[in-house]
Design a protein around this ligand. Structure first.
Ligand code: GTP
Ligand code: MG
Length: 407
């Protein structure tokens, strides 16, 4: 399958919260899962999916996807996930598995913070009495760890960098971008963080220690936007904690990664009819399930799906892509009449692109030549020509007319 993803989601949190369970449920890739801290040492990378209603029903055609999957009107677009080792307080200074895990997050564009909402694991992930630990603490410490990690990198040569920027009238944004590009931090992130903190980019030598910390904190939340997955919602002690977590300044998605993993595995074996993100499932092969398996599935139906509307895993991935990263889906086609590519494949591909992408930029994304020879695009829904600067919308179907064809 041709890849269309370009962003990386990092699954993070303290040890033993269910990160690898979430990863495995989302990707169906094997990952070690156990109820003690630091089960994961080396990161797991795998392919999960963003879920979106496919346009084929609206256009009343039968599609033939290539870079994605279409099932019962649902398009699943591949995206990449990384599950890293647990983070403990002081990790930025080398505690636990230390900085190594943080380095794995350099390329992550958004973070899914898995919190044990049942409060059954302490701040280092060791088992404790359910409800004993306050998961609000986990949110604060994790922010702190990432900020301190970034701060250490910036502070290494901050004095020199800020002096040079002023003495040589070099733009601070460009210098910082150069310094931080390895962390996946872009110029616009730096620009936004200075604006948000109202610090003067022309006088960085005047920034106090506190200013620099404030700046890095802003830079963290802008360059690595995060949502909270309140995992283990199937446990009774999670309820009050989820309400508490929802008061924070984050999107909080109640979740049972364990339930999703059980459903996805049963669906993979065609024992049940279930797609990631569904609000219910249907048992297909009662004869192949034991009484205890049926009971477990029915408990998931009652305690997770009917109570919460879904297991939360797919909601978290979708939220990360569509809200945190502000992406949209766009379907390119060559033959407008049949909504097909040159091989006659109907609605073959769907691309995830950032909101604000223009028709011309989109052409470049598909293929350089298509961008270079761009004349105009046609919006298949309204049969209307659109120019190079037209901003694309979610679920647009576009045909690009270019003087150059794909090689
Ligand atoms: N009740 C319940 N238990 C869960 C859920 N998700 C994960 N667990 C359990 O939590 C424990 C830890 O799961 P892992 O996925 O290994 O956690 P992790 O965060 O990757 O742990 P480390 O790799 O050690 O940092 C296991 O015993 C899982 O079965 C859930 O949704 N509900
Ligand atoms: Mg793990």
């Amino acid at each position: 399958m041709q890849k269309s993803y370009s962003r990386l989601l990092g699954i993070i949190g303290k040890p033993n919260t269910g990160k690898s369970t979430f990863f495995s449920a989302a990707t169906l890739a094997p990952a070690e899962i156990a109820n003690y801290p630091f089960t994961t040492i080396k990161p797991n990378r795998g392919v999960g999916y963003v879920r979106t209603p496919c346009v084929h029903e609206e256009f009343q055609v039968k599609d033939n996807p290539r870079n994605s999957i279409c099932s019962d009107g649902v398009r699943l677009v591949p995206i990449e996930l990384i599950d890293v080792a647990g983070i403990v307080p002081g990790a930025w200074e080398g505690r636990g598995l230390g900085n190594q895990f943080l380095d794995e997050l350099r390329r992550a564009d958004a973070l899914i913070h898995i919190v044990d909402a049942s409060g059954g694991t302490d701040c280092e992930g060791r088992l404790c009495r359910p409800g004993e630990h306050d998961p609000l603490e986990d949110v604060q410490f994790l922010e702190h760890e990432i900020t301190m990690w970034m701060l250490t990198i910036i502070k290494k040569d901050w004095a020199k960098l800020s002096r040079t920027a002023e003495a040589e009238s070099k733009e601070l944004y460009a210098m910082l971008e150069d310094r931080l590009s390895g962390l996946g931090i872009k110029r616009n992130h730096i620009y936004e963080a200075t604006k948000k903190t109202a610090l003067n980019p022309d006088k960085p030598t005047n920034w106090s220690e506190e200013d620099v910390l404030k700046f890095v904190n802003a830079l963290r939340s802008i360059s690595k936007p995060m949502l909270i997955v309140a995992n283990k919602m199937d446990l009774p002690s999670a309820k009050t904690n989820i309400e508490k977590l929802k008061k924070l300044n984050y999107t909080v998605i109640p979740c049972s990664a364990e339930a999703e993993l059980a459903l996805r595995r049963a669906a993979e074996k065609q024992l049940i009819d279930y797609k990631a993100g569904d609000c219910n499932f249907k048992i297909l092969r009662q004869d192949k399930l034991s009484a205890s398996q049926i009971k477990a599935l029915e408990t998931i139906r009652e305690k997770v799906l009917l109570e919460n509307g879904s297991t939360g895993v797919q909601d978290a991935i979708n939220w990360a892509y569509f809200k945190l990263l502000d992406m949209i889906t766009v379907y390119p086609v060559e033959d407008l009449e049949h909504l097909a590519d040159h091989n006659g494949r109907v609605l073959p591909d769907v691309y995830l692109v950032p909101h604000g992408t223009t028709a011309h930029q989109f052409a470049y994304l598909i293929h350089t030549e298509l961008g270079e020879g761009f004349i105009y695009a046609v919006d298949a829904r309204y049969r209307k020509r659109i120019g190079e600067d037209a901003i694309l919308k979610d679920r647009d179907v576009l045909s690009i007319v270019s003087t150059k064809k794909r090689a």
